[in-house]
Design a protein around this ligand. Structure first.
Ligand code: ATP
Length: 364
């Protein structure tokens, strides 16, 4: 049974702006599903519709086996965690955790038991008598999670819960959320604009752009087989290299760029029906491999000019230009090509992505 189901859901704001169009997907019972996309793509709007904080303009929204389009937020059996923790500053951690339950009429003993449970799960036992001002950002975020936890909701909705934390804390809280999800086996819908968070947390990811779902799949499936140029360039850092040109077949397949640069491509990697047409070729930075010396730009390769070299410890990002096109490669540590020189590279076979430049769709 799907815990949450959307069918052709649409959101039009009062000013006529269409923030979400034709959104259909299911979140399975116990699944952690991530909604990801750039700022303004409609991910918060989608989550707020599931929460009941925004009305659904058209389509059907189910939680469990109930249609909830017209159901008030408090009756949806969901709990939401926001980016701003919104803790009550005058209350202790224990009071913050128990407040929602008290409002719902739970008796003292039941509140205390659930608060203790949540505090143990989240490692907050020592902090129960403190006020939010005396907590670190990570601890506050944990209290915000705890407030959702005590409710034992059918579905957890998390809206960028980590974006107020610094990079290191974000990483450790990310692991905590993954652990929590595994321990609780809870259904979670998690909104983020951070592709690393999406890739590491999501069992499946919904990629959104301008209010429309671009693709729904498991993280690695999205990475290895993006359905279109948007998904291809949104996921992955540094981003996928994309080169536009005409596919030709002379001594094997090649792409001729607008400035005349010729890029030899691995045989078998391009759809034969596309020879003579314009395509976008995508190559991930880690799929640009170094060639042995000698054949500069010759068969099966290219030799872009090295521009900026960025050693980041466990790998090296090499920024280059091929003709007038920027390219990035990811090389193993220790490789430090000289700026201004040509770097002989080839595209790893079986790793090319080919897209239609008109529609942006992946070509097989
Ligand atoms: P961010 O990561 O910046 O929070 P988001 O993907 O969560 O972005 P939403 O907050 O869902 O985006 O907003 C989607 C679009 O709807 C945006 O273009 C936004 O400007 C617009 N929007 C949001 N609220 C309203 C409103 N009340 N009236 C009109 N347009 C709105």
């Amino acid at each position: 049974m799907a815990a949450v189901q959307l069918e052709e859901v649409r959101k039009v704001y009062p000013d006529g702006f269409v923030a979400v169009e034709g959104a259909s997907f299911e979140v399975a019972d116990g699944e952690l599903l991530v909604l990801v996309g750039p700022s303004g793509c409609g991910k918060s709007t989608l989550l707020r519709m599931i929460a009941g904080l925004e009305a659904v303009s058209a389509g059907t929204l189910r939680i469990g086996d109930r249609v909830v389009n017209e159901v008030a937020p408090k009756d949806r059996d969901i709990a939401m965690v926001f980016q701003s923790y919104a803790l009550y500053p005058h209350m202790t951690v224990a009071e913050n955790l128990g407040f929602g339950l008290k409002l719902r009429g739970y008796d003292r003993a039941a509140v205390a038991e659930r608060v203790d449970d949540a505090a143990r799960t989240l490692g907050l036992e020592e902090l129960l008598q403190r006020r939010p001002a005396a907590l670190s950002g990570g601890q506050r975020q944990r209290v915000a999670l705890g407030r959702a936890l005590v409710r034992k909701p059918q579905v957890f909705l998390l809206d960028e819960p980590l974006s107020n934390l610094d990079a290191k804390l974000r990483m450790s809280m990310r692991v905590e959320i993954a652990r929590l999800h595994r321990r609780l086996g809870a259904t979670m819908v998690y909104v983020t604009h951070d592709q690393i968070e999406a890739m590491t947390l999501g069992q499946r990811i919904v990629v959104l752009d301008r209010g429309r779902i671009q693709q729904i799949d498991a993280p690695m499936a999205l990475y290895e087989k993006p359905a279109n140029l948007f998904v291809a360039t949104f996921l992955g850092s540094p981003a996928m290299n994309v080169l536009r040109g005409v596919l030709v077949s002379e001594d094997g397949p090649a792409l001729v760029l607008d400035d005349g640069t010729r890029l030899a491509l691995p045989a078998d990697d391009v759809p034969g029906s596309r020879f003579g047409t314009r395509v976008d070729i995508g190559i991930r930075p880690e799929h640009l491999l170094r060639r042995g010396g000698g054949d500069e730009g010759g068969a099966g390769g290219l030799a872009p000019t090295v521009d900026v070299v960025e050693p980041v410890g466990n790998e090296v990002f090499v920024n280059m230009t091929l003709g007038t096109h920027p390219l990035v490669a990811r090389l193993p540590p220790g490789e430090l090509p000289e700026p201004g020189t040509g770097l002989p590279l080839r595209a790893a076979p079986g790793r090319l992505h080919v897209f239609d430049p008109e529609s942006g769709r992946r070509l097989e």
